[in-house]
Design a protein around this ligand. Structure first.
Ligand code: CP
Ligand code: NVA
Length: 303
């Protein structure tokens, strides 16, 4: 595995290898003899805010024997418009890998191409692959696996999270239903690439949650979309995960959220607290899934 730029470009075998290793690394976290990043320095370029992703990568790199450099636009020349491709060529000569949170997927891909070092997507406007891998690990732990399961994604069905979920469902063999109103669903063109039949749209929440193993949600206003906040809060009102909706799903259904959560918007406060065990297990699993990714990336393949 050379980079993790998206689940669109990651093979099903690589996803399974990450999940298998994550299970082992989680169970053996106390044993620090596994140090695949010993002697390495990884750069973390974050153009957007982060709590979970930043902390889990910083801790993960260190637990695997490496060092991290956290770089943000305010402290680097990126904030003064130095081209990303120049930053990439500088870092490519100094560090062993890069973890990038930014806006355009094309920027991430440009960094990977110009730097020549392994590059990991820590969230773009298009995908959030590390989060979905951590969520699949949580399903392995709490649902006994993901194959054949049904995940329903409520709310903004056309964002980075739903896109990574669609690719996971397509490749790993589970049902993924987007439950969103018109204007917040993936376009017909975007959907056309999913040919397995695993990805479906159902705008009626009661119909969507029938038979679901997981009810999933994410913020209604993703980073970068703040100007649309008033409209989104109105448009998505009927798509909250709350106790009456959960009551229409099977009693065993999990409620999952990638966090941060906005209580009273995409999820009720009561529902978030009732399912906090699952939701914070997802957050913890960021660390274990990303340690697996870091361990499986082969720096010698990058270019
Ligand atoms: N879920 C997630 O990526 O959280 P952060 O934005 O805090 O990193
Ligand atoms: N869709 C959200 C995910 C946050 C982890 C965003 O991009 O802000």
């Amino acid at each position: 595995m050379k980079h993790v730029l998206s689940l669109e470009t990651m093979s099903a075998d690589d996803m399974r290898r990450v999940l298998d290793l994550a299970v082992k690394l989680k169970a053996g976290r106390a044993d620090r003899s596994f140090q695949p990043l010993a002697g390495q320095t990884w750069a973390m370029i974050f153009m957007k805010a982060s709590t979970r992703t930043r902390v889990s990568f910083e801790v993960g790199v260190q637990e695997l024997g490496g060092c991290v450099l956290y770089l943000n636009p305010g402290d680097t020349q990126l904030g003064r418009k130095e081209p990303l491709k120049d930053t990439a060529r500088v870092l490519g000569r100094m560090v062993h890998g890069a973890i990038i949170r930014t806006y355009g997927q094309a920027d991430l891909e440009e960094f990977a191409a110009y730097s020549g070092i392994p590059t990991i997507n820590a969230l773009t406007d298009s995908e959030h692959p590390c989060q979905v891998l951590a969520d699949l690990l949580t399903m392995v732990e709490l649902c006994g696996g993901y194959e054949g399961k049904k995940v329903v994604f409520m709310g903004d069905g056309d964002n980075n999270m739903s896109r990574s979920w669609m690719w996971a469902a397509e490749k790993l063999g589970f049902q993924f239903t987007v439950c969103a109103p018109e204007g917040y669903q993936p376009s017909a063109k975007d959907l056309a690439v999913f040919t397995s039949g695993n990805v479906t749209i159902e705008p009626d929440p009661a119909k969507a949650v029938a038979g679901a193993d997981v009810l999933y949600t994410d913020v209604w206003v993703s980073m970068g979309m703040e100007l649309e906040t008033p409209k989104r809060l109105v448009d998505l009102q009927g798509y909250q995960i709350n106790s009456p909706l959960v009551a229409q799903a099977s009693p065993a259904a999990l409620v999952m959220h990638c966090l941060p959560a906005y209580r009273g918007q995409e999820i009720s406060g009561e529902c978030l607290e009732a399912h906090a065990g699952t939701i914070f297990q997802q957050a913890e699993n960021r660390l274990h899934a990303q340690k697996a990714i870091l361990s499986l990336i082969d720096a010698s393949e990058a270019g």
